[in-house]
Design a protein around this ligand. Sequence first.
Ligand code: F0G
Length: 481
Amino acid sequence: MPVVKSSDGGSLHVDGFRIRVFEILRLPKLSERLEAIERAGWNTFLLRSDEVFLDMLTDSGVNAMSNEQLQALVNLQDAYAGSTIYYDFLRAVNEILGFRYAYPVHQGRAAEHILSKLFVEPGKTVITNYHFTTTKAHVILQKGRMEELIVKEAFDTESTYPFKGNMDIEKLRETIKKIGRENIVFIRMEATTNLVGGQPFSLENLRQVRQICDEYKMPLVIDGSMIDWNVALIKKKEPGYKNSSLAEILREITSMADIYYASARKAGSVRGGFIATNNEEYAKAISELIPVYEGFLTYGGMSLRELSALAVGIRQMIDEGIIDYELRLIEECVEKLSARGIPVVKPPGGLGCHINAAKFLPHIPQKEYPAAALASAFYLVSGVRGMERGSLSLDRLPDGTEIYADLELLRLAFPRRTYMESHVRYIVDRASWLYRNRDLVQGLEWVYEPKVLRFFLGRLRDKRSWGREVARKYLEELGEN
Ligand code: F0G
């Protein structure tokens, strides 16, 4: 969003894009919503999209594409090997991110699979600012461990610390000493840290992590799936970067990575992923695994049309005209909810607006999944589909012990260039109604619990049929819509 001086002396934000394709939305009636969430086992992943009004499950694979990206999609230069589209993609990675080698994969978790296969051995540790669900699953599947050393402010949703995605540097040094350099495979930094509420790390922190990696000769891996927002938030908040261009900030981040990987479904606004590096040895090792698990090196499981659009997406992801559209909507959503006393993750970051379910529903114990209960209750009263990001998103230990999440969040994701201000007002209104009636919402219990990534396909039921109680009260006060 360009900022210009306004004629009355202030500043004016103007959106640097316009909408030329739209999708008509339908708000399902309350009775349909109740039936849908019951059928979906109180798991928003199992709702059908025609049962949803605003789909805020994720920003993954559902961003609006630019006209240049749509144009790139009809590039029909299809070839199993050596497509020129691959070389366009490689040029974009090289020019924008600064890496010489880059390999497409079918999506972000495929990159995590390849990197875990390559680096992780039984009992060895990946140190990270914070895990992401699929990252952790791949490390564990290789019998490795993850140490999460994010700063403590990340778990205090009220703290307005601007870089809650930072690694705790002191803890990092202590942990390396404690477990020994030989037991650590790499350090991973997630740019815009997903599970703590889309929070960024600072360049200063990344530089300190880089320095420690140099001291101990450890590879630094950056997960850049949502790097666009991290870049914008550095420019906005980190002292000394106000006048830097987004491209310069991006390059400063990527210049510190030994390996960079991303889900291209997010900042890239397509469907796919990739791994990039400047290290010839890593490039060789990665390139040997890609044809086994993904596809030939020049497509890696992606459709070439999407790869063609990704080359454009990489160039456009830090365009000044579009970069902070969602950031401003998220900010508005966080501020308006907060003004109504609703507990949200502060400060507003990237990715979405995150409601603190542990505080919203303090009467529900973690073993009854307050964040999942809130996600389904919010769908019921609004038709808005968010995602549980709490204990249900963690799998049990092999002996069946439940592990509880540091944060119990309902995430309402803002896909890029998709939703508008009236949608924020609607969310705030429905969340306020639910907050007033929060005592009606109770916990959830399992009907079917998968062993790995249980949140995707698990089915639950609402204890003592609280959903019907919520629906009854809603109907009485607000009617069928
Ligand atoms: N890393 C991060 C930081 C992510 O947010 C995701 C996906 C992945 C890796 C895995 O990528 O889905 O392409 O395989 N996040 C999505 C989300 C699923 O909804 O936040 P993927």
